[in-house]
Ligand binder design. Structure first.
Ligand SMILES: [Zn+2]
Length: 459
């Protein structure tokens, strides 16, 4: 059998984010097929056969592709609204608009969200989609198609809500499903789209929205469903003081105890935010291996608070980074979250080393892969892993006087992406998507955002 064609990348700094945090001041990577075949210091061996492409990456830092662990693609159409609200008021303002989404809107929003992340170095995206208005079409299919066409790896967290206003929840009643509808549709989504293989482009998780929009029974049965199907579980947790109060009022316990009582702590679970956690909550996450998607910009935008990331990491909790939906983080970029995570966590408890630059990079790569259950195949640059990687340009005005390339990436201005690869396939070149046309997406998303605003105003 002929060897797979090889791509050689050399003369760049490399931050592998492997278990030892191995770095090379000047090194090389050899890609073969969809995998990293080898990497190391200095130039690639001169006698390599079947090299079809050789990239001189001088002036660049190579890192694993960024892994986003929490997002809501549909919100691309409702950016810049309710800009001065806390979470609950923001939800009440936006749910009536969100309840009018349909398949073309969701497809356009997914393209916008994915394009913005991909050109900023994201190679694995996730979409927590939980708004399924009656008659709105095949929303999960539209999201999966958008990611597949763009060549970005995706975890689709099939969300659900069954606690509308009449049951004491926040979403309007016409935007929620029944318990049975939610479970049946979720199981169908797993059957249609989940690929359990190590090189999967699409995986599906079971993801009821939050303690204040789903019934206890939906949480409990979702946990059972996910474990029966062998897929992961995701939801929002401990995001705000209001949520904490809601859980105490409704269930007589805090969010973490409530999750534990419904089968929602475990190494197959990750939760977005986890801002309001006491020491025993953190210990419960550590004991059970429950993961966290840290979303610093969204938490700041909604004045939710500062997650105790240094304490979570010290306890051994798996932590990744999340953009969160772009209605609460209008930039929609993950590479800027490396910097925001570092800065915000230093403000939290006034610790100058609360997060180091290397820890921030780890959150956005290996940490994310861990919480998505994919650390065996992505999240670090190691021989045998999938060739998901980014070349960041750090030799221009913005970064050239910073000697430490990881400090340049994390602390400096957003570094331009010269190339981004997913499974060995290049999807970005010089900041431009190779797999989709940004201008077309910009036009389509504007048209669909206006259509949604019109429909929502009529109702
Ligand atoms: Zn969210």
């Amino acid at each position: 059998m002929a060897a797979a064609p090889r791509t050689v990348i050399e003369h760049c700094a490399i931050a592998t984010v492997d278990a030892e945090d191995t770095e090379y001041a000047s090194g090389h990577l050899v890609l073969a097929g969809d995998r990293i075949e080898s990497l190391g210091a200095g130039p690639a061996p001169a006698d390599l056969q079947n090299v079809v492409r050789r990239i001189d990456a001088s002036g660049h830092l190579a890192t694993p592709g960024l892994v986003n662990t929490h997002h809501h693609f549909y919100q691309w159409l409702t950016r810049g609204l309710a800009t001065d609200h806390n979470l609950f008021d923001w939800l009440v303002a936006l749910y009536p608009v969100w309840a009018r989404i349909d398949e073309p809107m969701v497809h356009a929003a997914a393209q916008g969200s994915l394009a913005m992340m991909a050109r900023g170095g994201v190679t694995t995206a996730m979409d927590h989609h939980y708004v399924f208005p009656r008659g709105s079409g095949d929303l999960s299919g539209a999201i999966v198609a958008a990611a597949r066409d763009m060549g970005v790896r995706l975890t689709l967290a099939r969300g659900s809500m069954d606690r509308g206003e009449q049951d004491g929840g926040l979403p309007p009643d016409f935007a929620v499903e029944t318990l049975d509808q939610a479970l049946t549709a979720t199981e169908e989504t797993v059957a249609r789209h989940h690929d359990p293989s190590s090189d999967a482009m699409t995986q599906v998780a079971v993801a009821p929205c939050s303690p204040f929009s789903v019934s206890t029974e939906l949480l409990r049965q979702s946990a059972g469903l996910a474990r029966r199907l062998g897929v992961r579980l995701h939801t929002h947790g401990s995001e705000t003081v209001e949520e904490e109060k809601y859980c105490h009022d409704q269930f007589g316990m805090g969010p973490t105890d409530y999750f534990e009582s419904t089968g929602w702590l475990g190494e197959d679970v990750w939760m977005a935010h986890c801002v309001h956690m006491n020491d025993s909550d953190i210990a419960a996450f550590a004991r059970t291996g429950t993961g966290v998607a840290h979303c610093p910009s969204s938490n700041a935008r909604l004045a939710a608070g500062i997650a105790r990331v240094p304490d979570l990491l010290a306890a051994g909790v798996p932590v990744g980074l999340g953009v969160d939906g772009t209605a609460s983080n209008e930039s929609g970029e993950l590479h800027t979250e490396l910097r925001n995570a570092l800065l915000i966590n230093r403000l939290g408890r006034h610790r100058e080393a609360a997060l180091t630059a290397r820890q921030a990079l780890r959150l956005g790569t290996h940490g994310g892969a861990r919480v998505l259950g994919r650390a065996g195949e992505i999240g670090s640059l190691e021989a045998g892993k999938l060739a998901d990687l980014v070349l960041w340009r750090i030799d221009t005005l913005a970064h050239s006087s910073i000697a430490d390339p990881v400090a340049a990436l994390v602390l400096g201005a957003p570094a331009p992406v010269t190339a981004s690869f997913v499974g060995g396939r290049q999807i970005v070149e010089n900041g431009r998507l190779l797999t989709a046309d940004e201008h077309t997406i910009a036009r389509t998303t504007r048209t669909e955002a206006q259509r949604l605003a019109r429909i929502a105003a009529q109702n």
